[in-house]
Write a protein of this length. Sequence first.
Length: 338
Amino acid sequence: MARDFAQISCTVWNSRKLRSLKDDDAARLLYFYLHSNELTNNVGCYVLKIGAVTEDIGWTEGKVRKALDSLCKADLIGFDSAERLVRIVGFLEKFPTTNWKHAAGCFRVAAALPDCGEKLALFKSLVRDPHAGDVEGLRAAFDSLSEQYRYKETDTETETDTGTDAMRPSRVKAERLSSDWKPTEKDRAYAKSKNLTDSEIDEEAIAFVRYWAGPDAKGGGKKKDWHGTWCNRIDTVADRIIGRRPRVVGGKLSATADATPAATQRSTYIARYRGYRERDFWIPTFGPKPPKPGFAGEPNYDMPQDVMDEVDKEFAPADDDMPPIPSFLKCEKPEVAA
């Protein structure tokens, strides 16, 4: 179904990238066409039909491809010629999602696109969106796609003149993460390069194992490069973890930087459980699903009972929510004459 309208920022005329194309009217016209044609969507990334462009604008295919090349060189778009996937650079940064449902809708659109490097660039923008943090399946999809295109390995094997197996390069076998996995020094060094503390690294490692060693892990939980997967995860959550740190109050830290205060930990539990009650789904990376009224939880869940009791009260109807019954509606038992 064609869209009735599309978004484009008025500040585009101040763009240094667009001004660099002042002598290329074809490229500039195509840029606005990519923003406003009937194929565009809410993530600024879609499969472009060259034939549709030639019909809509009246150009030859050669002119369309030349203009696409100019836009790519100006870093205004990304284009994968094999998958015909075009991505408007900075679209989600300029038009971020407005709420969780909007972010979930963007994820569904992005997930349906063909896998390629431009799709990976789109996911990188999406995982940084402020409302996308709680979208179920987004980070797992990003990890899987990132693994495929950042750590892609060749499937071909070359033989030497002797033809012996000993002279053939060995393949790396995809394996599941062990339930007792601990981050290596290399893993910890990368996390520290993102300004995470030892305790924050340990906490994230627990969540990492819970998801990837659990039954709901993406793709059966098998990876060829667990260090790469760990790095991708740290890239995704580092800013959010740092944002949860204690703030300076009255010129003093409310707690040491290398510890998670009880109050902060409790607020994290409350936020997670309240989100579970509001949206009726539990994010797998938080660990086993806790119980809620009418539903049993998963074994070994990590959620304090007093937190659940406190949040459950928020969702329980108050006694005074019901107005008093009018006297004329009350049914009284009639008196029986002796």
